[in-house]
Ligand binder design. Structure first.
Ligand code: HEM
Length: 397
C-alpha cells in the first residue's frame, strides 16, 4: 500500500479493517421515529423497520436506588475539580460505548465469558480513554447502598451528563433502565467507530445506521470543543498528507507549525502518550461554539471535523451552530438523549453487572483476570509507526 493510505494505515492500524458501512446504512426516514412520552418515558418505535419498544424512564431508580444520580454527581464533581478533562473523557467513552453494541457499558469490560479481547483493547479506544476509574468509584458506592440495581450503562450515562453539564451543556434528563451487555469484542470496534481520515459520507452513514441523523452528527461533533487528540491521529497532515503533498493544504500555516512544534519534538518513549493537542486551545474545557467558528475558518485539528465545514450536507448546520451557541447547546443536549438510546438493552436482556469491568459470570477476584485497562498508552508498535512518519531520530530513550 502506497502513499497516503499507507501512512494512515500505519497510524491508525484500523484503516485496514474498515467494514463496509454502506451495507448497514438505513435511510433516516426508514429508521422509525422517537418521541418523549409525558412522565419522562422515552420510547422508540419501528426502529430500522423492526418493531421494537425500548422503554427507558427518567427516574427509573426512584424507588429502588433514589440516591444513584446524586452519588454519580458527587464523584464527578470531585473529579472535575481536580481535572476538568474528565468531561471530555466521559463524552468520548459514552459515544464509543453506544456505537458498539449499543449503550450497554460493553466498553467498560476488562473480561467477558468468552475470554476474547475486549473493546477497550482496540486501538480506537485504548489510546485515549479517560474516566474509567471514576465509573468504578461511582458504581462501587452505588453497589454498597443498593446492590444489583443500577446498571453500569446507566452510571456511564449519568456521569456523561454530569460532566457535560459541568463543561457548559444545559442540564438534560437522563432516562434510565439500560441493562449491561455480556459481549465486548475488540473486533467489533472497527467499522462502528468513525476514524478521522474516513470520508465524511461514510461517517454520516454510520450515524444513520445507528438511527441518528446527519444533523445529530454535526451537533455532537461539537464535543470536540473540549478535550484532546493525540499526535498519531493527525500527524500525517503535516508529515505526508498524500503521495505527492506533504502538508494538508487545508491546514493554516500557523496550525501546521503548531502541530510540528508539538508532535515533532524529541520525546522520551515513556512520554509518548503526552504528545497531544487540545481541540480548542482557547477554551479547552468549555463547551462553546468557538469550535464551529474555527471550523469555518479552516481551523481543525482532525481532518473529518474540517470536512464538516466544507461538505454540502453538513456546512449549513456548522454555520448555524457557529451562529448561535445557545441553539447548539440545546440541540446538543437533545442529541445526547438520542445517543443514549442507541440499541439499548432493557427488561430481561443482558444483566446488571456487579463490577463494571467484568460480566457477572466471570470472577473478578481471580488473579490475572484483569486483562488490562488499556488507558492512555503507547507501545513499541506505536513507536515504530511514529518513526516511519517522522524519521528515526526523534525519540530519546
Ligand atoms: C464523527 C466522527 C468522529 C471522529 C472521526 C472522532 C474522532 C476523534 C479522535 C481522533 C479523537 C482523539 C483521540 C485521541 O487521540 O486521544 C477524539 C476525541 C474526542 N472525541 Fe471524537 N470523534 C468523532 C465523534 C465524536 C462524538 C460524536 C463525540 C461525542 C458525543 C466525540 C467526543 C470526543 C471527545 C470529548 C474527545 C476528547 C477525549 C479526551 O479528551 O479524552 N467524538 N475524537
Amino acid at each position: 500500500m502506497e502513499g497516503r493510505m499507507r501512512v494512515r494505515a500505519t497510524i491508525f492500524i484500523l484503516c485496514s479493517i474498515f467494514l463496509p458501512l454502506a451495507s448497514n446504512a438505513r435511510h433516516p426516514l426508514a429508521s422509525g421515529f422517537r418521541h418523549r412520552h409525558r412522565h419522562g418515558r422515552v420510547a422508540r418505535h419501528g426502529f430500522g423497520g423492526v418493531t421494537q419498544l425500548k422503554d427507558l424512564r427518567v427516574g427509573f431508580y426512584g424507588n429502588t436506588c433514589p440516591q444513584a444520580e446524586q452519588i454519580v454527581n458527587e464523584v464527578v464533581t470531585k473529579a472535575y475539580k481536580k481535572d476538568p478533562g474528565v468531561s471530555a473523557g466521559f463524552l468520548r467513552l459514552f459515544f464509543h460505548d453506544c456505537f458498539v453494541h449499543g449503550c450497554d457499558a460493553s466498553i467498560l469490560l476488562d473480561k467477558t465469558a468468552s475470554g476474547e479481547k475486549v473493546e477497550k483493547d482496540s486501538r480506537a479506544n485504548g489510546q485515549g480513554m479517560r474516566g474509567l476509574e471514576l465509573i468504578d468509584e461511582a458504581k462501587a458506592r452505588i453497589e454498597a447502598e443498593c446492590p444489583g440495581i443500577v446498571s453500569c450503562a446507566d452510571v456511564l450515562s449519568y456521569a456523561t451528563r454530569e460532566g457535560s453539564v459541568m463543561a457548559g451543556v444545559p442540564h438534560y434528563d437522563v432516562a434510565a433502565g439500560r441493562r449491561d451487555g455480556l459481549i465486548s469484542r475488540e473486533t467489533d470496534v472497527a467499522g462502528n467507530i468513525p476514524l478521522p481520515s474516513q470520508p465524511l459520507q461514510n461517517i454520516s452513514q454510520l450515524f444513520i445506521s445507528k438511527g441518528m441523523t446527519v444533523e445529530d452528527m454535526v451537533v455532537l461533533i461539537g464535543s470536540h470543543s473540549i478535550g484532546i487528540a493525540h499526535c498519531p491521529t493527525f500527524l500525517y497532515r503535516v508529515a505526508q498528507y498524500n503521495p505527492t503533498v506533504k502538508v494538508d493544504p487545508k491546514l493554516t500555516t500557523a496550525d501546521a507549525n503548531n502541530i510540528r512544534n508539538t508532535c515533532l519534538r524529541p520525546v522520551p518513549f515513556e512520554d509518548l502518550s503526552q504528545t497531544f493537542m487540545p481541540f480548542d486551545p482557547v477554551t479547552p474545557f468549555r463547551m462553546d461554539n468557538i469550535f464551529y467558528k474555527n471550523l469555518l475558518e479552516g481551523k481543525a485539528l482532525i481532518e473529518s471535523d474540517r470536512l464538516m465545514a466544507d461538505d454540502i450536507t453538513t456546512k449549513q448546520t456548522v454555520q448555524a451552530m457557529a451562529g448561535n451557541e445557545q441553539n447548539w447547546l440545546a440541540k446538543f443536549a437533545d442529541a445526547m438523549v438520542r445517543l443514549g438510546m442507541v440499541d439499548v438493552k432493557t427488561g430481561t436482556e443482558g444483566e446488571i453487572r456487579r463490577n463494571c469491568r467484568f460480566v457477572n459470570s466471570v470472577n473478578p477476584q481471580q488473579p490475572g483476570d484483569n486483562n488490562g485497562d488499556s488507558g492512555i498508552g503507547f507501545d513499541k508498535e506505536d513507536e515504530e509507526q511514529f518513526r516511519q512518519i517522522i524519521g528515526s531520530t526523534i525519540f530519546v530513550h
